[in-house]
Design a protein around this ligand. Structure first.
Ligand SMILES: Nc1nc2c(c(=O)[nH]1)N[C@H]1C(S)=C(S)[C@@H](COP(=O)(O)O)O[C@H]1N2
Ligand SMILES: [Mo]
Length: 363
């Protein structure tokens, strides 16, 4: 049996236990659909080893017909659904905020993101089979099987979705990633995929679902993954006042050239990704002089996958010297990204989405 590290030898490891690792950006930009081996892993606890033949999913709470399903029943009772979608961590690009002022959490570069073809069943179909109360102000809480220890508090991962999102047709209970079974570190045998939302709303190793009138009372839902103002610290935080992070902001990153690369003067191709979740990416600009001038990147044809990222490339003409490349995307509402990470700094380092800057030396 391969160890979990051997299935991900190409990743940059932030921590081994829990396993947190992201791909080098050049690898991330190689494939529109991210292979499992290059897909980041974000875990808060252990990676449970689950037997698919014995795994069960329960659906309880405000339902008329509670369910208790084996993996086989889940596959045979519901029609197969496939959705191509980005999964990204709310802490993606946190390293930029870390440069402003210390933040808590792993210093993710822009690699805590990936785009995959998820296969499973529509979550809405399962909720309807259970006769869930579909009142849109209700919540659907998930319980997972990994054991977490945060500052001495031991618990299992849990999180929830508003019913309105849970019922949208692209939210999946997924057992496949790019046509293969999920790897253990991605939630085998069953996970949630919530396109457009922060990765934390896509629980792995899913065991049970409860329809209820309140969000999950889990630590992860109540005292984590919330956006707070810049003057709030670990010691002064009142989590109940934080904004629950669901939708993800417009973002973009330069994947090539790499930071601190040495390049030859003349033409260089810059490449990267941009992501707008609920909206569309309509334009991507690249600057080599701190935003005084911008050239427009070429966007790769949209693949009819609205939850995917957009790959872009831009040919730059670089004179000799030290330069800082910068990228910013625009969305279909004409919104663009903040200029500096200072503008949105928060002590947890969430939603880091300022212009992405890459220093290079040109000779
Ligand atoms: N059970 C469980 N689900 C989880 C997590 C976790 O630690 N445990 N991490 C969440 C977070 S914060 C993210 S960003 C994604 C990461 O998914 P991946 O490791 O498959 O890339 O899973 C989410 N689901
Ligand atoms: Mo995350």
């Amino acid at each position: 049996m391969l160890s979990m590290f051997q299935t991900k030898p190409d990743l940059i490891v932030h921590s081994k236990d829990p396993l947190n690792a992201e791909p080098p950006l050049a690898h991330l930009r190689e494939n529109f659909i991210t292979p499992q081996k290059f897909f980041y892993v974000r875990s808060h606890g252990n990676i449970p080893k689950l037997d698919p033949a014995r795994h069960r999913l329960s659906v309880t709470g405000m339902v008329t017909t509670p369910l208790d399903l084996s993996m086989d029943e889940l596959r045979t009772r519901f029609s197969k659904r496939q959705v191509t979608a980005v999964l990204q961590c709310a802490g993606n690009r946190r390293a930029d905020m870390q440069q402003v002022k210390p933040v808590s959490g792993d210093p993710w570069a822009p690699g805590a993101i990936g785009n995959a073809e998820w296969g499973g069943v529509a979550f809405a179909d399962v909720l309807r089979a259970a006769g869930a109360d579909e009142t849109r102000t209700l919540h659907v809480a998930f319980a997972a099987l990994d054991d977490i220890d945060i500052e001495g508090e031991q618990f299992r991962f849990g999180a929830s979705l508003p019913m309105a999102k849970a019922l949208s047709s692209d939210v999946l209970l997924a057992f496949e990633m790019n046509g293969d079974a999920l790897l253990p570190e991605h939630g085998f045998p069953l996970r949630v995929i919530t396109p457009g939302y922060a990765g934390v709303r896509s629980p792995k190793w899913l065991a049970s679902i409860s329809v209820q009138d309140m969000p999950s009372d889990n630590h992860i839902q109540q005292r984590d993954y919330r956006l707070v103002p810049p003057h709030i610290t670990k010691d002064t935080v009142d989590w109940s006042k934080g904004m629950t992070i669901n939708d993800m902001p417009l973002n973009s990153a330069i994947c090539e050239p790499a930071a601190h690369a040495t390049l030859k003067a003349g033409k260089t191709m810059a490449r990267g990704y941009a992501i707008a979740t609920e909206r569309r990416v309509v334009r991507v600009d690249v600057s080599i002089n701190d935003g005084r001038n911008w050239s427009q990147a070429e966007l790769e044809p949209d693949s009819d996958a609205p939850w995917s990222w957009v790959f872009w490339q831009a040919e730059l003409d670089l004179p000799a010297g030290e330069h800082e490349l910068a990228v910013r995307a625009w969305d279909s509402a004409g919104q663009t990204q903040p200029v500096r990470p200072d503008d949105t700094w928060n002590f947890k380092g969430y939603l880091s989405a300022a212009w992405h800057r890459v220093p290079v030396t040109v000779s």
